[in-house]
Write a protein that binds this ligand. Structure first.
Ligand code: ADP
Length: 352
């Protein structure tokens, strides 16, 4: 067991963030911490990183109990990548080399190790580029490279793909998988994305209100759609329904009130579907396309989220959220009460 929490509790200003958590991280695995926002994922990572202390319970690292005496030394054996990673305002090389310089590693070794890790994250040739001028996905890979170059056995990742589009998220997931296979790095990955939790880690723990509600292999946890999983319906555009194969070779999921969603995922029986709010097209007139899902609906709410806007629509009593740019909102002259069409492809509907 590379890391272990035994009966760990944590409170902030008397509010419980973790309540008697027991967790075993095995050497060489990718472990997923899945839970909605505020469920305690970051707190667990911070305790595993030994930068936060529990109010009760014990933390073990490679079988050794963490104490005041050994905490400094043990802290060096884990690296945490925070959710809001800021790359340093310098070159990619300097960003990645930084931790090794601090550890007084010889310059030649640093060069070789930086080059190796940039290969691993797919940023070869980026050494001289300025890190803060890279795209969000590339910056996230720099952050990962900065952690991986230290070659600690345990790496903790807090929502590593939270702000990325699906394509860049897949790149990051591949890097994590590759580092796990090629370097043998053990990862603990916090995520609120059930689909990421299903595909990336070997084992997961389902967190809710600071408690672990279920844990096991992804297959075990997902095979029974638990109450906790169902509560993820609070995540935008996640619906529970009955899935059947359609004559056309796709799957149709009936999510209630006669609303049917077509997906290319192969599921049957009780299923959960998710539609990325960014993959839905909003139009005032039916939109000519081969997309299998088209719904006529009415806007019930418009939420300003900075550069983008979240438009909530009602489809026969089911609330869908669509994310568009402020510019599209203005161009289409959309307001609460507008009748619109939503269009999305069967291949952009995820289902489990
Ligand atoms: P998650 O990572 O799953 O979103 P967190 O571990 O960040 O959850 O938070 C768990 C709970 O602890 C939340 O209710 C949160 O508001 C609270 N919390 C976390 N950090 C602090 C802090 N520094 N001060 C006060 N409350 C905190």
């Amino acid at each position: 067991m590379i890391a272990e929490l035994r009966n760990v509790s944590k409170t902030y200003n008397e509010v419980a963030a973790l309540d008697n958590v027991n967790l075993e991280i095995r050497e060489g695995e990718i472990f997923g911490l899945l839970g909605p926002s505020g469920s305690g994922k970051t707190t667990i990572l911070r305790i595993l990183a030994l930068i936060e202390k529990p109010i009760s319970g014990e933390v073990y690292f490679n079988g050794t109990k963490v104490t005041e005496r050994n905490i400094q030394e043990l802290r060096m054996q884990t690296t945490m990548v925070f959710q809001k990673t800021a790359v340093f305002n310098t070159t990619v090389y300097n960003n990645v080399a930084y931790g090794l310089k601090l550890r007084k590693v010889a310059e030649d070794t640093i060069k070789k190790q930086v080059s190796d890790v940039l290969d691993l994250v797919g940023l070869q040739g980026f050494e001289k580029r300025y890190a803060n001028r890279l795209s969000g996905g590339e910056q996230q890979r720099v952050a990962l490279a900065r952690a991986l170059v230290l070659r600690t056995k345990l790496v903790l990742l807090d929502e590593p793909t939270a702000n990325l589009d699906p394509r860049n998220a897949a790149v990051i997931e591949n890097v994590i998988d590759k580092a796990n296979h090629e370097l043998g790095t053990t990862f603990v990955v916090a995520t609120h994305n059930i689909f990421q939790a299903k595909s990336l880690p070997q084992r997961i723990a389902l967190l809710r209100n600071g408690r672990i509600e279920q844990s096991g292999t992804a297959a075990e946890v997902f095979s029974s759609l638990s109450k906790t999983l169902a509560s993820f319906a609070a995540v935008e555009n996640t619906f529970v329904g009955e899935a059947k194969f359609s004559a056309g070779g796709t799957t149709v999921v009936e999510i209630g009130n006669g609303v049917q969603i077509e997906t290319t995922a192969h599921v049957q029986g009780k299923a959960q579907v998710f539609i990325d709010p960014r993959e839905v097209i909003v139009s005032k007139k039916p939109f000519a396309s081969s997309a299998r899902n088209v719904f006529k609906c009415r806007i019930v709410e418009i939420v300003d989220a900075g550069k983008v806007v979240k438009v909530k629509v009602d489809i026969k009593g089911k609330l869908f959220t669509v994310q568009i740019t402020r510019r599209s909102l203005d161009d289409l002259k959309l307001h609460v009460g507008s009748d619109v069409f939503l269009t999305f492809k069967a291949s952009s509907v995820q289902a489990i």
